[in-house]
Design a protein around this ligand. Sequence first.
Ligand SMILES: Cc1cc2nc3c(=O)[nH]c(=O)nc-3n(C[C@H](O)[C@H](O)[C@H](O)COP(=O)(O)O)c2cc1C
Length: 143
Amino acid sequence: MDKIQVVYWSQGGNTQAMAEAIGRGIEEAGKEAEVVFVSDASIDALKEANVFALGCPAMGAEVLEENEMEPFVCDVEAFASGKTIALFGSYGWGDGQWMRDWVDRMVAAGANVLNGEGLMAHEAPDDDAISDCVALGNQLASA
Ligand SMILES: Cc1cc2nc3c(=O)[nH]c(=O)nc-3n(C[C@H](O)[C@H](O)[C@H](O)COP(=O)(O)O)c2cc1C
């Protein structure tokens, strides 16, 4: 079984902490995880995978980070149909619009977004948010 890819972008480390907890959840559940910053990620590995996770904080004005994550997500949209994708990220002052838009976008591309919604943490994930990330990793391992 191939590793489950957890691909993220993070500037301040909050979304990275979520990604690492998701990776721990995957491994706790008995699968291998590859937690990678988007610039090191393999688009081919995602093409071949049925299940993976993508993470990005709210940036700009309720959008994905535009230089690396946005083009990567555009590439993923082209082959997302039928795949199970977990979305996650941290946010600050907004109300989660970036994540709702991201979910809608992946659903429109034909993906099955795990739980029908993205997992969000307000700024640095607290213990509850980290537990939710570990649980999401468990789910990915059995999806
Ligand atoms: C340039 C910039 C733009 C941001 N835009 C938003 C935004 O539109 N909505 C929001 O809720 N938070 C916004 N934030 C706050 C970040 O989403 C928040 O601090 C998050 O925890 C950063 O995650 P990271 O540590 O993984 O980089 C922005 C932060 C920066 C630096």
